[in-house]
Write a new protein. Structure first.
Length: 345
């Protein structure tokens, strides 16, 4: 074909909005989507009902026959639990909103600053707002051609990380031009993450002295999940071991346990609340507790661990109970997450 003919066809100027086509951008940014579980829009019964309906309808979260579960969910749970949960959320709600959302936005901003102008960092919640789909669409509008998805769960679990993957892929099925994707499904053994976790405990000990026991309390899952092949339990134990080694702890200095069980089935053991009830009778009356499964403080840490479980321990005869905050937007945590993203870029 003659040169003039090539120019004739390649010079065609179609009426296409270049915002959706990275070819129209000389150097498109790398997109980053930070994902977390989510939060209700308000600490009210109606908002909790919407949030719990979405959350508890996810087959990754509740793995029992759908027809039976839908009857239980709509006939019993959504009639009773929203009001109770609303009161708990009211106890931790801030003037800026839900602690999880407020801290997640702080993490988003800090990671954006750490990564610089070559990246565009968005936030998406698996349940509630802003959604994972909305975060991805923001990146699509910016014309990114590579997206790194980082669910902020250090230890992979099907109901959390796996469900986030489901939400990402569901949204991408609607896209004609799917970008290059990298999905980070676990970072519990990343050295900088382990260092940040150890630093948070080390700082507590330097300020308050070494407790008799340090409790690493992880969000629980049904034991059946482990039996079906979910690696979450193993990754929690690995996290505990790595942090303990970094801190130079003896095996008698710490315990790994599991909190927040729901329903009547057996969940991962030992249970945090039962552990706390039993420790004072064993002469352990001075403890510190943290939850490495949570990258940001939320209802399960600020209310369940910091308040409810403290009451359980003190009522059983405990004398000193301290909650060590989640890593939140600590500089060492932000650096760990930013370096993890860079390594996948």
């Amino acid at each position: 074909m003659a040169k003039s003919s090539i120019n004739k066809y390649t010079a065609l100027n179609y009426d296409v909005d270049p915002v959706f086509h990275a070819a129209g951008k000389p150097d498109p940014k790398i997109g980053v989507l930070l994902a977390n579980l989510g939060t209700p829009d308000a600490p009210t019964t109606s908002a909790l009902r919407r949030y719990l309906r979405e959350f508890l309808s996810d087959p990754r979260v509740i793995e029992i026959p759908r027809l039976a579960w839908m009857f239980i969910l709509h006939g019993i749970i959504l009639r009773v639990r929203p009001k109770k949960s609303a009161k708990l959320y009211q106890s931790v709600w801030t003037s800026e909103g839900s602690p999880l959302l407020v801290i997640s936005k702080q993490q988003q901003q800090a990671i954006q600053e750490q990564l610089g102008s070559g990246y565009s960092v968005k936030l998406g919640m698996r349940y509630g707002n802003p959604s994972i789909a909305s975060g991805l669409r923001e990146l699509q509008k910016e014309g990114v051609r590579k997206i790194i998805v980082l669910p902020l769960y250090p230890q992979y679990a099907a109901p959390t990380t796996g469900s986030s993957f489901d939400a990402v892929t569901k949204e991408l099925t609607r896209w004609r031009w799917v970008p290059e994707m990298h999905f980070i499904n676990n970072y519990c053994d990343e050295p900088l993450y382990v260092e940040a976790l150890a630093n948070s405990v080390r700082e507590y000990i330097e300020k308050n002295g070494k407790p008799q026991k340090i409790i690493f309390s992880y969000h629980g899952t049904p034991k059946r999940n482990l039996e079906l092949g979910d690696p979450y339990y193993c990754l929690c134990i690995k996290t505990t071991r790595l942090a303990a080694e970094k801190l130079g702890l003896d095996k008698n200095d710490y315990i790994a346990s599991f909190q927040s069980r729901f329903g009547y089935a057996e969940w991962l053991k030992p249970y945090t609340d039962e552990t706390l009830k039993n420790l004072p009778a064993e002469g352990i009356k001075n403890i510190a507790i943290l939850s490495p499964a949570f990258s940001a403080d939320c209802l399960e840490t600020l209310e369940e661990l910091a308040v409810e479980n403290r009451h359980t321990f003190m009522e059983a005869g405990g004398e000193s109970y301290h909650y060590i905050a989640a890593l939140n937007d600590r500089p060492d945590h932000i650096m760990a997450l930013a370096e993890l993203i860079k390594a996948k870029s």
